[in-house]
Structure formats: structure tokens, C-alpha cells
Design a binder for this molecule. Structure first.
Ligand code: 13P
Length: 347
């Protein structure tokens, strides 16, 4: 706690830097099994060197720093080097991009609550945070997931995940790292937009209750929530305006004005949808919103580039162009300047 107070100004400065200049975050912190699954789907070898090559391709992309303020790395990645021998951390520091690190140990099944998961990783977390801070990381990420079902998510699962998120956030601030707090209500299911709004409000209310209990300094966090969306298999159509209104209403209801930034995850939306919805969120409100609304996308920035790269050296340049294109689209969406025409001029 004493350390948290000493770190106050640095934490505020880092959180502000993460949302400055209409930039956003690029999540490239897939765990090894998740990264391998995405590679396997495209026939890319699932080796440490292929993962390294893919992550190198991303961070050396020229111009990325004009749109991206921070990237989120995975433990394997934060220790890797480019083929020429420069550490990934130095590449990022030299390009003015802040390094973040995923520190949770994944969402684990709870046998007594079928269909629900609780995120693990508090054991030994202080020591891990201290090491990452010493290496040069400036922020961290912890993700909790909530599936929507008839009786899901249950109260105990919401409470357990919110409590863990708050403990993580407090430990991050003690270590001088800005916590990215990610409670993700999943898109899978047949639920309506209204049900997603109800669950997201419930989850975020519990998260902020626990953050306040743990005396987390809200000016020094970034919230990473889902957009409020109907389930992927929902029979009812929701208009783009309904989605925007539900998301803004939910956030205004539960997110304190002291939180500097809300960086949405993409959650399996198509890259174009994610950009277009972020754009709408940044244009709909007639009065200025209290927080910056930005992005912290993984799939919605990486996927088109990964499909082009396909594990082949000859495709590196084209993949980097596709990656930069998505970063630029989302940078534009933060200013409400994203248009269909930007997609037509896609390289
Ligand atoms: P997506 O944008 O692919 O949902 O990933 C965001 C993320 O960081 C998940 O933890």
C-alpha cells in the first residue's frame, strides 16, 4: 500500500500515456496453447521459433507507434529477441511503445459450477510483477471470463473473479505497474443484447466494488471490458445504434469518472465490425464522456495479417501492411474518423 502511494504519479502518467493521442493497445499475449491453436488453424508450425517470428513481425512493423501506445506480451515473448539479437523489450522502448505483460494463469473450470471459470494466478504474483517491472514492463493484464447462460454467470463466480481482479490490480500498483482490468462477458450463446447489458452491469458493478475495497487507485487503471453485444447465435437482430446505446448506458451506469480509459477487447467480432463499433462509440455521445474509449484488440488487429503471413518469410511485408492497416483503422475510430472508404483503400 505504501508503495502504491509512492507510485501514484507514475501510475497516473502511464495510464494517461496508454490512452493519449487517440492511440490504443495491441494485445499479443496469447498463451502458448492459444497461439498454437491459431497457428494450427492456418497450418503454421507450432514451434517457439514460429511464435517468435510472428511476434517479431508485429513489433518491428514501421509506423505501428503512430497508432499503438502499448503492446501486451506473454511471458515467453517478453524474454525473446529479434533474429538480429535485439530484445523485444528494447525494440518497443526504442519505438516509444509501452510494454505490458499478461500475468494471469488462465481461466480454470470450476467443477462445482459447470460452465463457469475462475482465473488463477495470484500465487507468487508479487514476485512475478517485481521481475517484470524490473525488466521494463509498465503495465499488466489479467482476464476473467463470464459465459452467459440461463443461470450463468452465478453470483459466486462473479464475486470470486472480481475479488481476484482487485487483488491483482492492487499488487500491480504496489509494483508500479498499471493494471489493465479485463472482465470479459463472452459473445458465445443465444442471449439478447439486453441480457448482455444486464450481465455486464452486474459484473462491472462487482469489479468496481472490489477495486474500491482493495483501495485501488482508479486514476491508475485501464478497464478492458467487452462491448455490449447480442450473443453470436441470438435470433433477434440488434441495430448498430442499439449496440452503441447499450454499451454507453452500461458504462455510464457503473464506471467511475476517475477511470482514465476504457480499452475494449474485440472478443471475436470481425476486424471491420470492431473498428466500426469503436467509431460509433466515439461519435454517438453529444456530451463528452468522462473516459477515453479506446481499443485493446488481439484478433481484430492480428488476424488478417496472420492469415497473410502464413508462417512464410516472403509474406512478411504484406502481413505488416495488413497489421498497420488495422491499427490505423482503430486509431481513426478513436477520433470518429473511421470510414468504409478506409477499407477499400486496404493494401
Ligand atoms: P481479442 O481482442 O481477440 O478478444 O483479445 C483481447 C484479449 O486480450 C483477450 O484477453
Amino acid at each position: 500500500m505504501g508503495d502504491r502511494i509512492m507510485n501514484t504519479q507514475a501510475l497516473i502518467d502511464t495510464a494517461q500515456a496508454l490512452v493519449a493521442d487517440h492511440k490504443g493497445l495491441l494485445a499479443m499475449d496469447e498463451s502458448t496453447p492459444t497461439c498454437n491453436r491459431r497457428f494450427a488453424a492456418l497450418g503454421i508450425p507450432q514451434t517457439e521459433d514460429a511464435r517468435r517470428a510472428w511476434r517479431e513481425l508485429i513489433i518491428v512493423t514501421r509506423g505501428l507507434n503512430e497508432c499503438i501506445s502499448g503492446v501486451i506480451l506473454y511471458d515467453e515473448t517478453i524474454r525473446q529477441h529479434t533474429q538480429e539479437g535485439t530484445s523485444f523489450l528494447n525494440v518497443l522502448i526504442e519505438s516509444g511503445i509501452l510494454a505490458g505483460i499478461k500475468v494471469d494463469m488462465g481461466a480454470k473450470e470450476v467443477p462445482e459450477h459447470p460452465g463457469e471459470k475462475i482465473t488463477a494466478g495470484l500465487d507468487g504474483l508479487s514476485e512475478r510483477l517485481a521481475e517484470y517491472a524490473q525488466m521494463g514492463a509498465r503495465f499488466a493484464k489479467w482476464r476473467a471470463v463470464f459465459a452467459i447462460g440461463e443461470a450463468l454467470p452465478g453470483h459466486p463466480c462473479i464475486e470470486a473473479n472480481a475479488h481476484a481482479l482487485a487483488c491483482y490490480a492492487a499488487l500491480c500498483q504496489d509494483a508500479g505497474l498499471v493494471p489493465v482490468v479485463e472482465p470479459e462477458v463472452l459473445m458465445t450463446g443465444t442471449h439478447t443484447l439486453a441480457r448482455c447489458q444486464e450481465v455486464t452491469v452486474q459484473v462491472l458493478t462487482s469489479v468496481f466494488h472490489h477495486l474500491q475495497e482493495q483501495e485501488v487507485m482508479l486514476e491508475g487503471i485501464i478497464l478492458k471490458p467487452n462491448m455490449v453485444l447480442p450473443g453470436l447465435n441470438c435470433a433477434e437482430h440488434s441495430t448498430a445504434d442499439a449496440v452503441t446505446d447499450a454499451t454507453i448506458a452500461c458504462l455510464l451506469q457503473v464506471v467511475p469518472v476517475t477511470v482514465p480509459g476504457i480499452a475494449f477487447l474485440s472478443g471475436g467480432q470481425s476486424p471491420q465490425m470492431a473498428s466500426s463499433r469503436l467509431n460509433a462509440l466515439n461519435t454517438v455521445s453529444k456530451t463528452p464522456l468522462p473516459w477515453a474509449l479506446t481499443f485493446s484488440f488481439a484478433r481484430a488487429i492480428q488476424q488478417p495479417a496472420l492469415e497473410i503471413w502464413h508462417g512464410e518469410n516472403v509474406n512478411v511485408e504484406a502481413a505488416q501492411a495488413a497489421l498497420l492497416h488495422r491499427a490505423r483503422c482503430n486509431h481513426a475510430a478513436r477520433r470518429g474518423a473511421y470510414t468504409d472508404a478506409m477499407e477499400q483503400s486496404n493494401p
